[in-house]
Structures are given as C-alpha cells and as structure tokens.
Design a protein around this ligand. Structure first.
Ligand SMILES: N[C@H](CCC[C@H](N)C(=O)O)C(=O)O
Length: 328
C-alpha cells in the first residue's frame, strides 16, 4: 500500500489513494487505519499525523475525485481545509489539470493551483463552503437553545469570553483574545471539555479557535481540534476565523481582500466572499500543499500497527517549507 505524508501549514496527514486497491477498504478498516497510523510519539507510522485523507473516485459527475477526512481518533469530519489543498495537488498532478472541483461530504468544491508562496512551496486555493450559523447545523445547544451564537457569552460555560459559532460545514467556535491568552491553555481547557463526548453544549464536539487581530487584514489563529487536539493549523478554523473577523471587526479585517492568517505552523491567505444571504458566504483558503514523503507498507501490517517493514522516501520539500516559514 502506498501512502503520502502531506501537510498544509504543518497540519499533517497521511493521504491514501483508495483507487490503488482492487477491493475497497471497509468502513471499519478505514477507521482502524487512521487510528493506528496517526498515533504520535513513535507509537504510530513514522511521526504519526493529525488524520487520514482518504481519496477516492468521485460519486458525482464532474469532480476529479472525492476527499474523506478521518481524524486521529477515528471520527470522520465533513471538511478539512488544509487537507483539501494536498488532495487538490495530488489530483491536479494525476490528471494534469490546474482548476477543477473535488467532491467532499457536503459539496463539490472548486480548487485551483496558484503561484507558489515561495520557492519549492506548491500552493493551492480551495473554497471552504457551505457556511451556516444555525445551531442545528452546528449541533449546538447554548443559551437555552439559541438559534445562533454571534459574539455572545455562553451561559452554560464558566467563561466570560464572547463566542461566535459557524459551520463551514464542520463546526467551529471562535473567540477573539489577546496575545497572552492565545499563548495560554485556556483554549485547551475549553477544547477538552467541549469534546469530552458528553457535555450538553456540543455533544458531537466542536473545533475551538482563539483569534488575535494583528493589524489590518492580519490575524493569528490557534485551534484545538475536535478528534485531534491542538494542531499547528486548522484550515477550516482559519477560514471560519476570517469570516467572523470580517463580520465583527470589519473596520480592520475586510471582505473581499486577501487576509494574512498566521498560525503556529506557518501562514496561509484567506479571502472572504460575504453575501446578503449569509448562507451563500464562501471563504477561499490559499496555502501550501507540501508532500513530505512517500511511504510504502503492507495494508495488513498498517492495520495491525506493525510498522517495522515500512519504507519511507523523503521528497525534500520540507526543507523549502521550513525556509518559507523562517522568512515570515
Ligand atoms: N484540520 C482540518 C479540520 C479537520 C476538522 C476536524 N477536526 C473536525 O471537524 O472534526 C482543517 O484543516 O480544516
């Protein structure tokens, strides 16, 4: 079995092209594979990963392929912004196309190859959509079943932070904080509680992001992800944060201009397209699609966590990415 180790802003994944198999994997094999190979601290395949990007033939007519996202804990997400850039690059190079759509759980999304952000840093733009502020779309129960949460405190939380919740379409909870707070572990405390599997607010969990406005059209985003924990970056989190920044801080962060989004893993650009009917809002996410190494391992070995025979071949791209980050 061939895997590619990839990352978007150091949010790293194993990418598996399912079309290599005669026989498709079963749902339980896909889940078991994600949980087994993503383990960190030497317990998984190589350096582990934040999740598994499962690429398959599209069901719909038109898209060049389909992306599924399995978190490190085996839960499936409806969307993955950083992962979609690597999937787009993979499909672009396989099909010699530069602009096309990729099928995801909720929508067939337009993607395109862009000018490299830096030498040796392949760069793609992906559309993040659909957007919804509805509590039902977020599976959120706050403030006595409020239909939306826009820049408000959550009564059921002992926190005086003001939050906004938006699905893109995976669920995100966003709060604007100062530099000191973004460096602390209040984000982790919130993230662990809201993803404990039985809290009454987000029974299905939620990705939680703290956002610091750093200047005109410049933000810093740190995310505690559902099903993963702290990640270096979360593409849908940075996209959601950009949309809410335009909504609540439009004097500093503007609609329809490129926004620089820094994160612990590097930097991406976003571009918010806001419409009167907010359910039509979309966010473009532009950033690296780095292929770090090729991995070959027997499927049964990977499923059983026997990694000794795995073969790793580095592409050399990580050096270029690290040079890019050092230049920020
Ligand atoms: N890291 C991904 C998000 C994964 C979302 C997953 N954590 C969930 O929604 O359960 C991104 O770049 O958008």
């Amino acid at each position: 079995m061939k895997l590619l180790k990839v990352h978007g802003s150091e949010n790293d994944f194993y990418m598996l092209d399912a079309t290599q198999f005669e026989q498709s994997l079963t749902e339980s094999q896909i889940k078991q594979l994600a949980v087994t190979i993503c383990k960190r601290n030497g317990a998984g395949l190589g350096d582990g990963a934040d999740g598994l990007l499962y690429v398959d033939k599209a069901d719909h007519l038109g898209p060049l392929g389909k992306m599924r996202v399995i978190n490190a804990d085996g839960s499936e997400a409806s969307m993955c912004g950083n992962g979609l850039r690597s999937v787009s690059r993979y499909l672009a190079e396989q099909n010699n196309e530069q602009s096309f759509t990729v099928e995801t759980m909720a929508a067939d999304l337009p993607v395109a190859k862009m000018t490299d952000l830096a030498a040796g840093v392949p760069t793609y733009r992906v559309q993040i959509a659909p957007v919804s502020f509805a509590a039902a779309a977020l599976k959120m129960h706050v403030n006595r079943e409020a239909q939306k949460l826009i820049d408000q405190t959550i009564e059921e939380l002992d926190s005086n932070l003001r939050f906004t919740a938006v699905a893109v379409p995976n669920p995100h909870l966003i709060a604007f904080v100062d530099e000191e707070t973004i460096k602390g572990d209040q984000l982790g405390e919130l993230g662990r509680y809201l993803n404990d599997g039985h809290n009454p607010i987000f029974p299905d969990g939620v990705n939680v992001s703290f956002v610091q406005i750093q200047g005109a059209n410049q933000i810093f985003v740190r995310t505690f992800e559902r099903g993963v924990g702290y990640t270096n970056a979360c593409g849908t989190g940075m996209s959601a944060a950009s949309l809410i920044s335009v909504l609540l801080h439009g004097d500093q962060i503007n609609n329809d201009v490129d926004i620089t989004v820094k994160n612990p893993g590097g930097m991406v650009m976003t571009h918010v397209h806001q419409f009167k009917d907010e359910s039509q809002d979309t966010i473009d996410l532009i950033g690296n699609a780095t292929f770090v190494r090729n991995v070959t391992i027997d499927l049964e070995d990977a499923l059983n966590g026997n990694f000794e025979q795995a073969q790793f071949t580095d592409t050399g791209e990580q050096t270029s990415y690290e040079k890019f980050v050092a230049s920020l």
